[in-house]
Design a protein. Structure first.
Length: 318
């Protein structure tokens, strides 16, 4: 009875000590692993957002270069100043509008912001008053103008963005400009094809929170400025490590601003996916710890039997 009591007491002491050490080790290693993994994934998300934002900025720069080049021919300036040679201006714009299949329309507007010539893939169209458009206002102020949010083309139903460049007279006064509307359906499809890990997706919104690109096409052109995640994106041009919850799922968010457009390019990943490696590491340590406890208990019981219990039993029987 006495030897059994000693064996039980030693078993409890050893088990509690090993369990305490293991638990402390699991907590420390899991926390360190989670923090390291979170920092690595946040950095990765930030890099992806920055790369995509710069690519969209380059896309805007290329469109700007095209429109700026299209605004240089003297015949456009002369037509805006005198109203002469309209046919020559129409032929030029019609040819330029066919430079790429993604060009929705190419147009010439006067100093009041009204279109005077518009061409869609070589065909003349009905002119409109664009004076209130932000990119037209920018061009009339002597700067390159970019739309901050896309719209649906009335003619084609496609998602389009616009860029405008000013035309100056000999004295440097703005007398109108050239604008382009460009189909970005292909661009948004490419963005939607980007997947980071298992749950990482790209979302692009305007500075006002209007969705430009999203994995769920139903959200396109909807204003989601009040929604979790997007709410943070419209408040600042950049951010990372932002946590939010959508549909009951915790997620992490990093974003950057695309030059020219000022769009917010976000990368969002499930928090559960980010934590998965640390949880797997913790589970592996728990299993290994349990095996270690059993092994140590067995070794200690064997040693206890040989070193303590057997001599005591012999002494008791003496």
């Amino acid at each position: 009875m006495f030897s059994r009591s000693i064996r039980t007491s030693m078993l409890l002491v050893i088990s509690l000590v090993v369990l305490a050490v293991q638990s402390a080790l699991v907590v420390v290693v899991t926390r360190m692993g989670d923090e390291a993994n979170l920092a690595a994934r946040t950095h990765e998300m930030d890099l992806v957002a920055d790369t995509i934002a710069k690519s969209l900025g380059d896309f805007g720069t290329q469109l700007g270069m095209f429109v700026n080049g299209a605004s240089k021919p003297p015949r456009l300036r002369e037509f805006l100043l005198t109203g002469e040679d309209q046919k020559g201006a129409e032929v030029f714009l019609a040819a330029m509008s066919q430079a790429a299949p993604e060009i929705n329309t190419l147009y010439l507007f006067d100093a009041s912001g009204k279109q005077v010539i518009i061409c869609a893939q070589g065909k003349l169209g009905k002119v409109n008053d664009l004076a209130e458009r932000e990119y037209i206002k920018a061009a009339l102020a002597g700067k390159m103008g970019y739309s901050s949010a896309p719209t649906k083309s009335i003619a084609t139903g496609k998602l389009i963005v616009s860029v405008a460049a000013p035309i100056f007279d000999d004295k440097g006064k703005v007398i109108g400009g050239v604008g382009i509307s460009y189909d970005i359906d292909g661009l948004t499809k490419n963005l939607n094809s980007i997947i980071i890990g298992k749950t990482g997706r790209v979302i692009v919104v305007s500075p006002q929170g209007v969705v430009i690109s999203h994995a769920n096409s139903e959200y396109i052109l909807k204003n989601m400025a009040a929604e979790p995640g997007v709410r943070d994106m419209v408040k600042a041009t950049t951010g990372n490590g932002v946590e939010y919850e959508r549909g009951g799922e915790p997620r992490m968010l990093a974003w950057d601003a695309a030059p020219n457009w000022n769009w917010r390019v976000g990368v969002t990943v499930s928090r559960n996916e980010i934590e998965a490696p640390a949880i797997a590491q913790r589970n592996a340590m728990l299993i290994l710890g349990a095996i270690t406890i059993l092994a140590l208990v067995g070794i200690c019981l064997f040693a206890l039997e040989k070193v303590v219990v057997s001599p005591l039993r012999q002494l008791q029987n003496f």
